[in-house]
Ligand binder design. Sequence first.
Ligand SMILES: Cc1cc2nc3c(=O)[nH]c(=O)nc-3n(C[C@H](O)[C@H](O)[C@H](O)COP(=O)(O)OP(=O)(O)OC[C@H]3O[C@@H](n4cnc5c(N)ncnc54)[C@H](O)[C@@H]3O)c2cc1C
Length: 814
Amino acid sequence: MESRAGVVIVGAGIVGCSVAEHLSRHGWRDVVVVDQGPLFEAGGSTSHAPGLMFQTNPSKTMTDLAKYSVGRYMELELDGEPCGYQVGGLEVAETRERWEDLHRKHGLATSWGLDSELISPEECAEKVPLLDKNRVRGGFYVPTDGIAKAVRACEAMARLAQERGVEFYGETEVTGIEVRDGRVSAVETDRGRIETELVLSCAGMWGPRIGRMVGMKVPLVPMQHQYAWTTPLAELAGERREVVHPIVRHQDFSMYFRQRGDHYGIGAYRHRPMPVSADEIRRDYRGEGEFPSVLEFTPEDFEPTWQEARKMLPALQRAEIDRPMNGLFSFTPDGGPLLGESREVKGFWIAEAVWITHAIGVGKVMAEWITDGVPSIDISGADVHRFEPYALSPSYILARSAQSFREVYDIIHPQQPMEEPRPLRASPFYPRQKALGAFFLEASGWERPQWFEANESLLDGREVSERGEWAGRYWSEVVAAEALATRERVALYDMTSLKKAEVSGAGALDFLQRLTTGQLDKPPGKVTYTLMLDAAAGIRSDVTVARLDEDRFQLGLNGPRDIEWMERHLPPDGSVSVRDITPGTCCLGVWGPAARDVVQSLSEDDFSGEAFGFFNARRTYLREVPVTAMRLSYVGELGWEIYTSADLGLRLWDLLWEAGRPYGVLAGGRGAFNSLRVEKGYRAWGTDMTTEHDPYEAGLGFAVKPDKGDFVGREALLERKEAGPRRKLVCTVLDDPDVVVMGNEPVWAGGGAVGYVTSADFGYTLGQSIAYAWVAPEHAGVGDRLEIEYFGRRYPATVAEEPLFDPAMKRMRA
Ligand SMILES: Cc1cc2nc3c(=O)[nH]c(=O)nc-3n(C[C@H](O)[C@H](O)[C@H](O)COP(=O)(O)OP(=O)(O)OC[C@H]3O[C@@H](n4cnc5c(N)ncnc54)[C@H](O)[C@@H]3O)c2cc1C
């Protein structure tokens, strides 16, 4: 075995083999892949997975990964045998709710550029003759879905990689990883030591064990998942081909089917979650056919699935269960994969909790990331650093991973909060909000009021249109009243859940100048809205930077990934420190025409327009509470974000509440907040823009000062600007104000799909239904007519000049 390598990959399952092949495409030659099991049926999840690939996913990222993967499976072959079968994928609906969900799914597929159709029960039965058409209302069919032969694909990719110099070693267990000065220096195996500065763990459900070798927490739980083949079916007698029927999902009963030759396979998620510790899984597979990743079958858990399968495919009534198993694979707290480099140890990367459906795409983005520092698609939802510290606790990982197992085929509303553990994080204002009848949703663990029952009286005399069932979930008419009253009076918005960091030290300014697009070299007391880009000029985050002192800045961020990104770029000389101040800091947005009167009445300081200008910040007191006041507003009104330490939060609320009474102060919820920000055209990172977009495309060119000097992404940004936009983020207004869409719906023009919706809401001040959308540049002109598809119907909309509300900024600058 090699004693030195550029990269050591742990695991030759589908992920490890794919990364190796893609690294070799990027020119890497000295790559070594080791697996504790024999090659290439190594005993992990890949060895026994039946290989169904349904590509459509609410996440654009996951769909893109699947699309790429499917394309590669279909072109790969091993000794003349194909690695994929494009037989199509059919998701059937038994219930009305599922049928509606399939309409939404059809919309999602269109948004993400995947051809699909909704078909009748008869058409379902034509495609899958074993189906009882009387039990289904209809189906969602994707012709490019299909089956992957994952073990074959492993070997096929390995051969391509081997031709380029990559070495694969089976029956070689990684037993330790050496770290020197915070960097990987070698991998220890039971067959010798390999010096290397780069390790990529693709160990699947053994991932937490490998992570622990360098002190990294890997938040996944191996779960048992039941799968069974049937005995041969008379209806398929003589069928020798691997698969000809489309793969089928029957999600109303959390199950799926595939045909193989003359029999069928049935997979079940309708059983209790059965977690297993990564340390308990055997590692001693030597190819006797009993995979370490397969545990003993528990027939009582499978029985309801089997009975349901025989109803949906009546031919199974004449068959028996054959070779059933409880197969293990990884689940994570939010169901997404875990990709990225360790925070603790440089050079230690992971790519785990990945399905076969996405694995080849994951190999591609990992190779891009490791080689060039930038994955070509937005991986924020798969980044291992997306979790807050509490989410790395064993109890949270277990509880949430079990929940993601239960929900794997559920219909999930985009706003549906987690149920347990709650309440998890609460701002100091929580008791007051509860007393006002807050309806709480949850974000990053925070309890976040969506609206307040106490504001119901504000509805008097206002007409509010009802919403449809889907858009009306987690919504109340009170949202409208709160939005309107904010523009008329003054409201308190709890902004505590906003990620906040303090960046300080002698090198802080230079550091932030290098990481952001804006000019931050301004006197203390100034606030700047700016962007952090990746090296390819994709928007990594939008950030508000307040210079509080010469060497101290407070940042409003989008999440833990931003902190990790900054830490990764810290200068080695120790001249800058980054501190996540979110847990100990609370914040109230005091917004509305009467905001100045309220705040001024609590302070000796001068809050007048002349003394406290727009985008200025100041340390001061509101009565006895020391605060940082920033004159900003995400809702487009006069006002301040008022920050203080968590211990004084309740006092701050009470002071502002009392001072606000004469002005009719109200508490505003997230529902109103979103409507107001959409009216004002303020973008939400992750929804409106990601690394797949540059600032000019996103309408954020104003936040870029290319002449300020060098910064991350500058060179690529100038090239991007020169090349022109690939697509544009536009504001559209629907003709029918009663149709409110939710986001991710497809946008049509001239008979073709041209983009998808990002943020959308009803603008109560304007009386308009607003939908921001990414569209092809030729459809981005003001006045251009588009159609937005919602539940299978297309609704006309027009591209509008933005922002729709107060373009002259009179209110905020008042
Ligand atoms: C019953 C069942 C059905 C499934 N069906 C589907 C499906 O239809 N479609 C789909 O997309 N996905 C499916 N999956 C999920 C899919 O199988 C997995 O997500 C995928 O195979 C994971 O691939 P991997 O390469 O990450 O992990 P693995 O295939 O588990 O590979 C990890 C490798 O790391 C090696 N390793 C671990 N520790 C060490 C060590 N210390 N030293 C050396 N090597 C080590 C292991 O031996 C193993 O080979 C199914 C899973 C199960 C259990």
